[in-house]
Design a protein around this ligand. Sequence first.
Ligand code: HEC
Length: 164
Amino acid sequence: MRSGEKLILGLIALSVVVVGGVRYWQQQGAGLQPGDRDLPFYSTADPQLAKEAGDLIRREGCRDCHSLWAVRNPLQAVPAPALDGIGSLHEEAWFYQYLSAEDPQAILPSRLKPEYRMPSYAHLSERERRVLAAYLASLKVEDWYLTQVKKAEYEALTGQPYRP
Ligand code: HEC
């Protein structure tokens, strides 16, 4: 590769990191926003819960590993599941139990390297775990999006058209 090409590739890589980083910091600064109107995700939390949970999520660095409102720390590469829409997957009581577990992998097994796995949040106060659990349970995904994902998966796996 010629040095001119390397420079251009370098500039492209740099702008990707800068744009991602700016978006991340803006979102972090603004607190948790329902973000893009086009996202199929929404929260049923009231502003007070969203604010309290948002502060905890920032303080505990959940976005170092997870994306939420499609935003995550661009400098980390942990393949953790996205939290967007996660409240359509589990109940509030499940989140509370999971966050309170000394060994979260006993509830949800992991094939990742130990340093990438979901840490225990048993050390947080009960109130903090309740706030996080309530907020996670409020994160919903629109039905049409789930249907679209199921359809795409079904068709990719079977090569057949999907009929719900
Ligand atoms: C070090 C990276 C890391 C951090 C930090 C982290 N998580 Fe996780 N989390 C994971 C991984 C990886 C999984 C998938 C299970 C596993 O591999 O242990 C997971 C799983 C979860 C799940 C279950 C997802 C599902 O698909 O059922 C929830 C909910 C969750 N995390 C919430 C949080 C919250 C809230 C925080 C911050 C308080 C947080 N996580 C911080 C890595 C992390």
